[in-house]
Design a protein around this ligand. Structure first.
Ligand code: PLP
Length: 361
């Protein structure tokens, strides 16, 4: 059970709350990393750097993407093109023209889906879901959002796996400082709510939603001093190891469900890391929705990575199916074995109820 949590307030998933974390000294991993406001700001920042230094003009984005990334690039000086890449693998590698850069995403910490042939231009890698897996890359730049794997209110990092020197991070903007402060308050209030201090979730939920909507709207920004200090206090290795162990345990505990499959990371992807969570694939969108509803009713809040909204291009059918039929259970270091046992038991019984009409279990 999570430390300092009122058992009546137990819940699982959704946004991080404020954690009191300590480590003797900041991890060496932070050295050489430029700290920005968010993952999307980190990406835009390295692309603009590439434009200034190497004349990048056209960006190839993977078709399966976190939508806010695409939105952040709208209105930037780049032409945006999309190539087929997603959790089911990649389509043909685009032909590079002068000024092209290809963005590759490591999906869910499973690694980078292999290209059918090397891209002839520059590449940028997005390692948001397991930033510590990018050890052997030759990409010009790599980026990661920090809020998906660490209990931080804001933050993204950019670095250069191929050793290109980087300028200092941009200054913190007043807009970002304001929205990050709202998120910090929401995380602190969530912590108090979970400890039993008050009973109205709206006290922090509205703030968190507003902070999310404000993120990445204005000028490129650096990370807040708050998150920089918190980041230094996180025992990164322990957090990652706990996520790995939790993920393994929960994935094994959920094997063999009727009609709901645990998705295991592909074997041949580049730079495999620690999965972000345990992904379940349902036989239909309706079953996924029913499962999600039952879990939410039991205060287990899985994630959909990612919901597909209005896209300015046609998404490959396999990727739309992935979005419609899968969900992700959180396994990060907030959780200990009793939490995961409760999650496993709840998923099992929810699947059994839902499948009752379709299969006998
Ligand atoms: C793979 C990936 N890259 C980038 C981002 C954007 O990160 P941020 O919300 O910190 O801008 C996300 C957001 O969820 C993501 O999943």
């Amino acid at each position: 059970m999570q430390m300092g949590i009122d058992p009546n307030r137990w819940e699982h998933g959704s946004d991080f709350h404020l954690e009191a974390l300590f480590t003797e000294e900041a991890s060496a991993w932070w050295e050489g990393k430029v700290r920005l406001a968010s993952g999307r700001d980190a990406l835009l920042w390295v692309l603009l750097l590439g434009r200034e230094r190497y004349g990048w003009t056209r960006v190839w984005l993977p078709s399966y993407n976190c939508e806010v990334v695409l939105q952040r690039l709208v209105g930037s000086p780049f032409q945006i093109r999309v190539y087929e890449a997603g959790p089911e693998g990649c389509g043909p590698t685009p032909n590079a023209e002068p000024g092209d850069v290809l963005v590759r995403t490591s999906y869910f910490g499973w690694g980078l889906p292999p290209l059918d042939r090397p891209f002839e231009g520059a590449t940028v890698e997005d390692h948001t879901h397991d930033p510590w897996a990018a050890t052997v890359s030759s990409a010009t730049f790599a980026v990661a959002s920090l809020r998906k794997t660490l209990p931080l209110s804001d933050g993204g990092v950019a670095w250069s796996p191929s050793g290109v020197p980087l300028p200092l991070s941009p200054a913190l903007t007043p807009d970002h400082a304001r929205s990050a402060a709202r998120r910090q308050a929401a995380m602190a209030l969530k912590r108090l709510y979970l400890a039993g201090a008050f009973s109205d979730k709206e006290a922090y939920r509205g703030m968190a939603v507003q902070a999310e909507a404000e993120l990445g709207q204005g000028a490129l920004s650096g990370m807040t001093g708050w998150s920089a200090a918190m980041a230094n206090a996180i025992p990164l290795e322990t957090w990652r190891e706990t996520r790995a162990a939790n993920g393994e345990w929960l994935a094994s505990a959920l094997e063999g469900l009727l009609g709901v499959e645990v998705i295991r990371p592909p074997m041949d992807w580049e730079m495999p890391g620690v999965p972000l969570g345990v992904f379940l694939r349902c036989r239909s969108a309706a079953i996924r929705q029913a499962l999600r509803d039952e879990l939410c009713a039991a205060r287990i809040y899985p994630a959909v990575l990612w919901p597909v909204g209005q896209l300015p291009y046609a998404l490959p059918e396999a990727q739309r199916m992935f979005s419609d039929t899968t969900l992700m259970l959180h396994v990060d270091a907030r959780y200990a074995r009793p939490d995961l046992e409760r999650v496993a038991q709840t998923v099992r019984s929810a699947v059994c109820h839902i499948s009752n009409d379709v299969f006998s279990c």
